[in-house]
Write a protein that binds this ligand. Structure first.
Ligand code: RAT
Ligand code: ZN
Length: 417
């Protein structure tokens, strides 16, 4: 049997990457019966916080004025400034166009009201089906906040959850919000005080256990600033050591750490006001080495951390490296990082997650990333074919399935020896 040609390999990769349904392991999406929490449609797409930052930067509107106008007007302002007055070439602008285009809308018309008309005709439940199909996504993982009153109410009502949406218990304040979070927990019936003594820890563990059960959470997650250190004498280290890590271990759930967000460097931008900073990789090494029985999902926000994080993944099998997070989620950087990760880790990482906040975004985030993942995979398979390796369709398919779904699924199921 002769070895596959480069063009044959390229065709196999394109086919495998586009046809493999995706398990999107980190989003901010909700199913239709979560009501207002489910965001979708053109006005939400245009008022995505990535685009708010880009608009305020170029327009002369004051922050106060922007926040005072209703969402529809904000969307119109963003459309006018970024798509009409200027060329929509940023990744976040291009994303809106990709979505509209894939939905079959006439992007050439540049007519916002025409787009609005299409969305007004969609029903949320059916629209979820349509988007999942177009994006070829089989499951999305939500970000669930048990301390958010609106979200809490939904969970307490024991609403049935669309099986394609999996829950994650997101615990940022429980780690980094002391002493204030003590009052919040107290208000919900958990007697955890800022002393963080034995009884408080018991209560934090009870909070985690009850909410993991209530949500059927598939992992526990946090995002952290570049100043995160482990171990140190902070409340975060104590809560990690005595509550979060033991509970995750007991339940065999991964703990996801997303490190590198510099909070509110410009508070006037609200949700769009967070930035990036280089974080400390030695703390990552230590938490992995000191907790070999815990599984960790990890990603970092700064480009400067990416190489050391990939090297760290080589050293610790209890860590699964995932995604090109937020400011990393741009084609040039995705390509560079994905290439480097494949070179250092072979098939044993998860190249991407969408971080979609608005349902429709899964279409563009995955279309754009799939193209790049396929491009890098082709190069790597062609390289080994050039070294004489008989590349098979089967191994191409298995690699694509691993990257887009199975690596995550397997990591959830793994028990560390
Ligand atoms: O990417 C984003 O939309 C950010 O605002 C954050 O949500 C980040 O992904 C996070 O989960 O903290
Ligand atoms: Zn996120």
């Amino acid at each position: 049997m002769s070895n596959a040609s480069s063009s044959q390999i390229a065709q196999w990769v394109d086919q495998a990457v586009s046809s493999t349904p995706i398990y999107d392991l980190h989003t901010h999406l909700y199913p239709a019966n979560f009501g207002k929490l489910m965001l979708w449609g053109i006005d939400e797409l245009l008022t995505y916080h990535y685009l708010i930052a880009e608009t305020i930067r170029v327009s002369e509107i004051s922050y106060d004025e922007f926040w005072a106008i209703p969402q529809k007007k904000q969307a119109e302002h963003i459309w006018q400034e970024l798509f009409i007055e200027r060329a929509p070439i940023s990744e976040a602008c291009r994303g809106v166009l990709s979505v509209l285009h894939r939905l079959g809308l006439d992007v050439q018309a540049r007519n916002l009201n025409q787009f609005r008309q299409f969305f007004a005709e969609q029903k949320p439940g059916d629209y979820v089906d349509k988007v999942f199909k177009l994006a070829n996504v089989h499951t999305v993982v939500m970000t669930n906040d048990a301390l958010d009153p609106a979200e809490r109410d939904i969970w307490l009502k024991k609403t049935d959850i669309d099986k394609r949406f999996k829950a994650v218990l997101r615990i940022d304040p429980v780690l980094v919000g002391w002493p204030k979070v003590g009052d919040t927990l107290g208000g919900f019936g958990y007697a955890a005080g800022a002393d963080l003594g034995a009884n408080s820890m018991k209560e934090i563990r009870r909070f985690l256990s009850e909410w993991i059960d209530r949500m059927s959470a598939i992992y526990v997650a946090v995002s952290l600033t570049p100043t995160f250190r482990y171990p140190d004498d902070s409340a975060a280290t104590k809560v990690l050591k005595e509550a979060v890590l033991p509970i995750c271990r007991e339940r065999n759930l991964p703990f996801a750490m997303m490190i590198g967000v510099q909070r509110q460097v410009n508070p006037r931008l609200r949700l769009a006001g967070d930035s990036v900073g280089k974080a400390d990789i030695t703390s990552v090494d230590r938490i992995l080495a000191q907790n070999p029985q815990n599984k960790f999902l990890m990603t970092m926000l700064s480009r400067e951390n990416q190489h050391e994080l990939a090297v760290t993944a080589r050293k610790h099998r209890n860590m699964m490296l995932f995604g090109c997070w937020w400011f990393m989620n741009n084609p040039s950087i995705i390509e560079e990082i994905t290439r480097m990760r494949m070179e250092l880790l072979g098939t044993s990482f998860i190249p991407q997650h969408s971080d979609a906040r608005i349902l429709d975004q899964v279409i563009y985030k995955w279309d754009h990333s799939r193209q790049i993942i396929a491009k890098v995979m082709k190069d790597k398979f062609i390289d080994i074919a050039n070294s004489g390796w008989p590349v098979t369709l089967d191994e191409v398919k298995k690699t694509a399935e691993g990257f887009l779904s199975a690596n995550f699924q397997r990591f959830l199921e793994t028990t560390l020896a």
